[in-house]
Structures are given as C-alpha cells and as structure tokens.
Design a protein. Structure first.
Length: 459
C-alpha cells in the first residue's frame, strides 16, 4: 500500500488525476433497495465537535442530496445515521436511475427546483451545471486545506472550486474480468499482447463455453456505460497527438466525421455485438456487475469501481484486469476529474449544507466510507483502505512508466452537456437505427449547433 500511495502521490504531483464521466463509486444501492426513483431518508451521529465544524443546532434540518443510483454507496446511509444522532442533520438521498440522471439534473437547474446538493463530476461538468451562476464557491471552506489534490478542482473558466471531491482520483479504464470463470474455461488471464490477441481471447471464451458465456457484458440500458469503449478507442487512435487533435476539434479546424479512425472505433463497437450478452439493451449497470460476478459474462469495459463493487457484493469472486490495447496501444486510459458535491445557491439550506460538507469530510466519516469501499481519499488525514490487486497492478505497471493518457471526454470537455446525447446515439446504432457513418454525421451536426450556441470561436 505504501508503494501504491507513493506512486499516486508522484502522479498527483504531476497534475494528472483520473476519474470518469458517470463513473460509479462502489456498492451502489440497487432499485430493489431504494426504488427506481424513490427518496430514502437516513439519519446519523458525529464525534466531531461543534467547535471544529460550526456551531451545533437543536433544530433538525434535512439536507437534500441528488445523485445517480450507481454512485450512491450503501455506506453513505451508515454515515448519515452517525451524523444525525449528534448534529441533527438529516440527509435525504434522492437517487434516480442512471439513464434519467443527466436529464433530471439539468432540468432541476434549468427550472430552479434544485436540491441542496447535486453530486456530479468536477471540474468536467461545471459548465453543464452552470457552476459559476448556480453553485457556491468552496475555496474558503475549512476542509479545502486538507485536500490531497486541490488543483484538480479548478474550474476551467475561473479556476475556483465549486464541489467537494469524494476521492482524490480514480477511474482506471480497463477490461475487468472474472478470473475464476476464465480459469474454469481454460482461458489465459494474462494480458493479451495485441488487439488481435484480445479478439482471439473473446472467440476462445465463446468456443470453450459452447456459447454459454458472453465474453463482454454490455449494459446499454444505462447509456453512459456504452460510451466507455469509444472514448478509450478514440483516445488510442489519436495517441500521442490526442491533445492537438482535440484542440483542432474545439476550434472547428477539424471535424469528427473527417477522422477515419473515429468512425472505425464506432464500427468496432458495433462489430463486437457478437460478444455481448444477448439482453444488452435491457441490462443495467448493476445487472452487468452481477453477470460478470456469476460468470454469465466474462468481462466488462469499466472503471475500477466496477471491480470494487463486485468485490463488495460478491467477495468470493476474483477479479482481474487487462488494459484495452486497441490499435495495439499498451497504455492505460484515465480520467481527469472526480465525483464532487456541488452546493446549490438556491438550495433551501445553504449554510447548513456547508456545515454538512465539513462534517462529512472528517476522518471519522471518511474512514467508514473507505473501509467499506476502498479507494483514494480526497483528504490527507483519511486512510484509503485496501485496494484490489487488479487495480494496484494497473497503477504500478502503467503510471510510473508514463504509459497512460487522459481519455477524450476530459481533453475535450466543452461539449460535456451534450455527450449524453452521443451515448444514446451509440445505443441507437447498436439497435440498428444508425450506421456508424450516420452516427458520426449526426453527431458532427449536433456538435456544431451546440458550439455555435455557446459562441465558441471558429463556429
């Protein structure tokens, strides 16, 4: 663990951190636990003194916390219960299905019917939330000085912090596989040397299982999961010139549908349908985890939280990892943002919400979170818990040697508000509604319209 933390400390010092759009964070509450769009209210206690966190109050207050189902951890309810008993701050978690989350978050902001907190990616989605106009600046909060990596949180426009991070970093994009199932089938768990080797491995899984095990778990019901492979493949297509190419796309000096490699990435996503679970259109993120855990599917292209979540729910399942070496690129795709808690200016309890954030950030509560779901804490005085070998191996093998690159969504984050529409296009294509070329043409038109509306130079 010391070696891993040292490696990550070096990585963070270089200013590169990693998380992912709509990444899940661990043991998410399933619909059977929370309802598909229901609200759950919990309560709790803190040992942190009022002098450290602001004066206590004898009056009970309820903080509304809006998030997606896949990012709401079970342990948050225990943390909220511990918080309430002393501080009289009640947390109302408003967890909605992932496929509704993006639309509902934007609708709440547009109609000014906002909760006290919106959990979202930061800083990549600051523009989408209109953070400068709608959210409280948090640089002067007491917890800010304890952050592991405060520079990550700088808003791309004004450099201010608008969200309290839930981790210091995260999101290593890779194939996470059921190692037990592969060994049972007699399929190698070693990293495929080339993309052709990976495809051959998928064919071998089908052949040795008599078609009973789908090589790849696809969860198209939650469209954000479908975008992961294209984001990775596009980055590897551009590497090592990804920053220059994205800069040209942002200035309209290059068009998405003019890059042959991008259309091929989408074609590959389509061609791999033969490896997906047959019910991929109705499969959710939670169902995808279960399919990999029970061996119905062999693997999924996901973030490390996918593996950690399986470990939490199915601790006897051994999870391994391979990088996605599309174009034979042996590099690890990463993200450059984290999930964060935005305090809405028009929320009903701004002062109480700011106090809640400071309490929530304390080691007592954060230790509950990271003991339950290990990760990389946002605060210097909090322990990380034991991370899975399949995650630490990715860090140790690719980070110290600089064999990593930021995924495309983070390099070109300006259109983050409309990326969810692109994800739905991917689902439409997989359903037979679009060809890869039609998809790229439609996306280019939508992208141009959006950039013109934003008044971006070159459009």
């Amino acid at each position: 663990m010391k070696t891993l933390r040292s490696t990550l400390a070096l990585f963070l010092a270089l200013g590169m951190v990693f998380s992912f759009a709509a990444c899940s964070g661990g043991a998410a509450v399933s619909p059977s636990q929370s309802g598909s769009d229901t609200t759950k209210v919990e309560s709790g206690e803190s040992s942190v003194s009022s002098s450290e966190t602001g004066s206590g109050s004898s009056e009970e207050v309820t903080i509304t916390y809006f998030t997606a189902q896949s990012t709401l951890l079970d342990v948050y309810y225990d943390m909220a219960d511990a918080l309430y008993k002393k501080e009289k701050i009640r947390v109302e978690f408003q967890a909605v299905p992932d496929d509704q989350y993006y639309v509902l978050a934007k609708t709440k902001v547009a109609t000014n019917e906002v909760p006290d907190i919106i959990e979202y990616n930061t800083p990549s989605n600051n523009i989408e939330l209109g953070a400068q106009d709608n959210c409280i600046v948090l640089n002067d909060e007491a917890w800010f000085s304890r952050l592991v990596n405060p520079t990550l949180l700088a808003d791309p426009q004004d450099g201010k912090c608008y969200a309290m991070p839930l981790q210091s970093s995260g999101c290593f994009l890779a194939w996470y596989f059921n190692a037990d199932k592969l060994k049972e089938l007699g399929v190698s768990t070693e990293q495929p040397a080339t993309w052709a080797d990976f495809i051959a491995r998928c064919d071998e899984i089908l052949q040795k299982s008599d078609g009973k095990v789908a090589p790849i778990s696809m969860a198209a019901s939650d469209s954000w999961t479908v975008q992961i492979f294209p984001v990775v493949a596009e980055m590897m297509t551009m590497y090592p010139n990804e920053k220059e190419i994205c800069a040209k796309l942002e200035k309209n000096e290059l068009k998405w549908n003019e890059i042959d490699g991008f259309t091929q990435c989408i074609q590959t996503l389509f061609d791999m349908k033969k490896y997906y679970n047959t019910d991929f259109l109705s499969t959710t993120f939670d169902m995808s985890e279960e399919k990999v855990a029970n061996g119905e599917c062999a693997m999924a292209m996901q973030t490390e939280s996918f593996a950690q979540d399986i470990n939490t729910k199915f601790p006897n399942v051994n999870i391994g990892s391979w990088i996605c070496n599309y174009k034979d690129q042996m590099i690890l795709p990463i993200g450059a943002f984290v999930r964060g808690l935005f305090v809405m200016k028009d929320g009903k309890h701004v002062d109480e919400t700011l106090r809640f954030l400071n309490l929530w950030s304390q080691p007592e509560y954060q230790s509950m979170r990271f003991v339950s779901v290990p990760g990389l804490p946002a605060f210097k005085d909090c322990e990380s818990g034991k991370m899975l070998d399949c995650v630490t191996s990715l860090v140790n093998n690719y980070v110290p040697t600089n064999k990593y690159a930021v995924n495309m969504n983070d390099i070109l984050s300006t259109p983050s508000s409309i990326y969810p529409e692109l994800w739905l296009m991917y689902v439409d294509m997989l359903s037979g509604g679009l060809t890869p070329k039609e998809l790229m043409d439609d996306w280019q038109a939508k992208y141009e319209d959006y950039m013109k509306e934003r008044g971006m130079k070159g459009f």
